[in-house]
Design a protein. Sequence first.
Length: 132
Amino acid sequence: MAPDDEMKELLTLIPGSEELEAGGEKVTVASFKVRQIPKVLTPLKSLGKYVNGDDLDFDGLLTEGLEHLAAVVGAAVDRPAEWVLDLSLSDLVRLATAVLEANKDFFSQAAPLLKSLGGAVAASAGRTSSRH
């Protein structure tokens, strides 16, 4: 393998950043910084119900989960959720896809944790409601 090919292969393994244009602005999509994680986790918990394995409930996501999606994407690119909600659908899809790609390790590790947290919350709610 030529040195240039090795470098290209290495760069695909290391998450970097990507600059995109969305809503008439240039935004940078990169791996989450620690300060962004709390802003991402809360709305991300609400998005779990729209994902079932590899299946995505696109209708539910766009009708019921859009504000949560906008909060995640906005936090990822340091923009308010309102800014994301004013994007065209194509810009939103492109930006959300870039956020997922840049943070696929985070999402693959967070998904099982969110499912277990959701189960614990549901179990806790069941114990609490049975006491009344």
